[in-house]
Design a binder for this molecule. Structure first.
Ligand code: GLP
Length: 240
């Protein structure tokens, strides 16, 4: 496992280097993208590099980790629209090459299976990952099997509370989601987990140094052969 520690700008630059190198060697790469506050600076850095002509997403495809259930597909709060806004609208990544589970369909189980198969066939080259305060990966809350597949999940209270900042009222925060399973995520060739801030230091320490357990889904990264963890100094402060 590679561990990079720096300030948040250096961290965003490091992640962008990894993505730029991938796109250079494989322009039609499949990139797994994540949402959450941690990722915003990384997308800004990628956009700046695109504007400088340093990278191109023209032949790339991106795949989301997860999606809220119950929001209209075109709602600005869906993760699908978020990635289109943060990345596709600002680069040469085609809008049509942003793939995610649709949380607005009637048959959610069929949708979970469809997306799982899509990800399986896409063979993700690099998967960006944030981590929840409770150790969740994507929306795999504590207790999710480490071999789980894409499915419908209920969100933990800590997750809906943390995500409330993105919504106008607490009642607007979705309580269910479709998420790639932990097993689905681990099929990616390279996992890049990013965490910032003091509030993530315990979960980072436990995910990297603690026991591998479905009680802390992020600990699964210890079992993957190609992992890069990118931290700011605050998130890294408890690492021995
Ligand atoms: C959401 C997403 C996760 C993300 C997490 C952390 O719950 N489903 O994929 O890792 O938020 O978000 P933040 O970066 O805002 O701390």
């Amino acid at each position: 496992m590679d561990i990079f520690v720096g300030d948040q700008n250096q961290a965003a630059a490091h992640v962008s280097d990894l993505i730029a190198e991938l796109l250079y060697s494989k322009p039609n790469a499949s990139i797994g993208v994540a949402t959450g506050g941690t990722m915003v600076g990384i997308y800004d850095e990628l956009v700046q590099r695109y504007e400088r002509g340093a990278l191109s997403f023209a032949d790339a495809r991106v795949f989301l980790l997860d999606e809220y259930i119950g929001l209209a597909r075109n709602s600005t709060d869906t993760y699908w629209q978020t990635i289109r806004r943060l990345l596709a609208e600002r680069t040469d990544l085609s809008d049509d090459e942003v793939f995610g589970p649709d949380g607005a369909v009637e048959d959610l189980i069929a949708e979970a299976n469809r997306f799982d198969q899509l990800v399986n066939e896409a063979r993700i080259d690099l998967q960006l990952l944030g981590v929840g305060l409770n150790g969740h990966l994507a929306f795999n809350e504590p207790g999710s099997s480490l071999s789980s597949r894409t499915r419908v999940v209920d969100l933990a209270t800590t997750t809906t509370e943390a995500n409330a900042r993105f919504f106008e009222t607490n009642e607007d925060v979705p309580t269910r989601a479709l998420t790639q399973g932990v097993g689905t995520i681990c099929q990616a060739s390279h996992l890049v987990l990013v965490a910032f801030g003091t509030e993530k230091c315990d979960v980072v320490q436990n995910a990297i140094r603690g026991p591998v357990s479905d009680l802390l889904p992020a600990s699964v990264i210890q079992t993957h052969l190609n992992v890069t963890v990118v931290l700011d100094h605050e998130a890294a402060q408890k690492l021995g």
